[in-house]
Design a protein around this ligand. Structure first.
Ligand code: DQA
Length: 146
């Protein structure tokens, strides 16, 4: 037990607050990262927040969790729908990963319905806006880390 969780966000999530606010809301990624960190702290955990638009950097971040992080809350953005490389990285570190999406990916364009990472994640949470990140954090700590 390391008492540490990674919050990992993929492509375009650095544009939160600007990007399609009618879908993604007006909260910025900095807001989410600081609320997530506060909530983790209240639960006795520290948080490491990483965002990248690059698939390789996301894979490096996932691999870097091995042996020092208890679990990952991940919004892989559009890579969710086709990155078997991210799926392999999750499988290879054998850590609990909560898959989060702000929007309801099942109620949007057809390409978003598919998540290739879902089979290697503990759970998918979507359609709850930013609350999805905090619910994922609580579930991760409660159910998979003791
Ligand atoms: C998203 C949904 C993805 O389809 C999209 O590419 C994103 C954000 C979400 O949080 O709703 O970048 O993961």
């Amino acid at each position: 037990m390391f008492h540490k969780i990674m919050l990992l966000n993929g492509p375009n999530l650095n544009m939160l607050g600007i990007r399609q606010p009618e879908i993604y809301g007006r909260t910025t990624l900095a807001d989410i990262e600081s609320r997530f960190t506060e909530k983790a702290k209240a639960l006795g955990f520290s948080a490491e927040c990483v965002q990248s638009n690059s698939e390789g950097a996301l894979i490096d971040a996932i691999q870097s969790c091995y042996g020092r992080i208890d679990g990952i809350v991940l919004n892989a953005g559009a890579y969710t729908h086709y990155s078997y490389a991210i799926r392999d990285a999750i499988a290879s570190v054998s850590l609990p990963v909560m898959e989060v999406h702000l929007s309801d990916i099942h109620a949007r364009e057809e390409f978003r319905h598919i998540s290739v990472i879902e089979p290697v994640c503990k759970k998918q949470i979507c359609g709850l806006g930013e609350d999805g990140y905090y619910i994922a954090l609580e579930e991760l700590i409660r159910d998979y880390v003791d």
